[in-house]
Design a protein. Sequence first.
Length: 635
Amino acid sequence: MPPIRALLVANRGEIARRISRTARRMGIRVIAVYSEADAAAPHVREADAAVCIGPPSAAESYLRGGAILEAARESGADAIHPGYGFLSENAAFAQAVMDAGLIWVGAPPTAILAMGLKDAAKRLMIAAGVPVTPGYLGEDQSPERLDAEAEAIGWPVLIKAVAGGGGKGMRAVHSRAHFAESLESARREAASAFGDDNVLLEKLIAAPRHIEVQIFADTQGQVVHLFERDCSLQRRHQKVIEEAPAPGMDGATRAAITVAATKAAASVGYLGAGTVEFIADGSEGLRADRIWFMEMNTRLQVEHPVTEAVTGLDLVEWQLRVAAGEPLPLAQDEITLSGHAMEARLYAEDPARGFLPSIGSLEHLRLPDFVRVDSGVEQGGAVTPFYDPMIAKLIAHAPTREAAAAELARAARAVEIWPVKTNAAFLAGCASDVDFIAGRIDTGFIAARIETLTQAPEAVAPREAVGALDQTNPASVDPSWPWTPGTGATGFRLNAAPRTTVDARWDGALMALDFAITARGRFLRSAEDETVILFAGGAAHSLSRSGGSGAGRSGAVVDKLIRTPMPGRITRLAVELGAKVRAGQTLVVLEAMKMEHALTAPADGVVIAVHVAEGDHAAEGFEVVVLDYTGGEES
């Protein structure tokens, strides 16, 4: 097979940049594809050539296999790398690439098909002697049959889309009373994400750990593993922090899981990079007899950098060499493990609002320079509603797990982004949690601590911002503000830091601040509205002169209008006109950014207006439901 000379990267964002970086180092010409929304994106600008493949919607651009093949023909590409997501596990597209005489830098179509449906993959693994979790894999998808099978398995059970991934179409059900509703929701989400609403059932494992093995195979029949990763820190089945190696992994358990992974890959005639995922019962520590096959991802994973860090290898380079017909660069006994690595996924989302995606311009963006950062955006760019809201991946590598966790927490706290909200402070909290540092983790770790991890910052933050206002640009500070130098209103104390009280707006809420004037961290000042932005602990906060009246978004007055937080499609209308609702009750389910988001009642009340129907598309800020809170007091 000839070497790859020109590579088309059929993806966007951080993975497109990461693939391009290795390809350019290997002397390979890089061709980017982009939607109209990504015309000015870094992955486009950095490529040797770029081709527009359609409008912003992924369905009209990055998911159009024909347009990508045409772009490859026009640009002279001789190979296509799909990255992850989009068409990376689409067997028909992989076959079309090969039929066009191009090199497919991915798994063989036959392997993609074999592992693409979870139920079929599990049957295949059973035949290959790989242990799988008990459950139901039958073709009878009637609600009655599924309900009966769930009852037979025993509660709790896990509903999983057979064509799923990334937690979409997945629901944990702890009692029969909630099964029918969860099944309907899982099927609806699966149909939207994968065009297939079939599901399977699994026994929900106590204290589950999500452990996966990175494997590689070449055209000469060699299959090796590059050790394991632990991806147990998840929220709603979405990975948050991944690490390598898995904490608490002993030699016997590692041998059992890696042998099972290579056996799984060999059973489907695998080629290239892949990940075999396992679920482990961690209630009594990791044990070889308590780990079961879950699924196989026939592509490069988002978390591959932690494997690169502990092995010192470039997985994309391995992909390109294997796709060109070369043998694996190393034999199994030549692959070594060094230190510990952790990766955190930095998302544009608001933990204080149930992790709703945050879209908008990245007016200020500063990422840490002391860890590896893989990012697809830059300052002046934007987070749009069209794609996954990942901003960057923060990857820390250190000699020990404790040191890696400390470095990751420090990196998350160093993130500065405004005005888009991020989960950086949340990530720092996860990485510095005492139980996390001790390795006491499972997939329920975040859910059990969600209130602590998302709680508001301490009141010291406004004080620091006030001090910063004095330091950033003293000459332009309003002299009536009590922290202004030379006004005689500094709250000077002989034996303590200066203190004063002032009315101001902190993150939009009106409050009286009693503070010591201090200044730690970094600050920005907006000249337009005389607002100070404080970056502290990974979070961004605004402080401005009080002005106006009202409680602001953090005050006591609750808005009666339930609005969409982002553009999306109404997949479920859970209430009707005149219905009495309780605080926290789901009113509307909105599908946006590939996930379902429940819009809930902020207080008890009565529905007095409904402005949407199921299937409607709503713009950001659209009023979907109106509540009367006085009506809720009678019930």
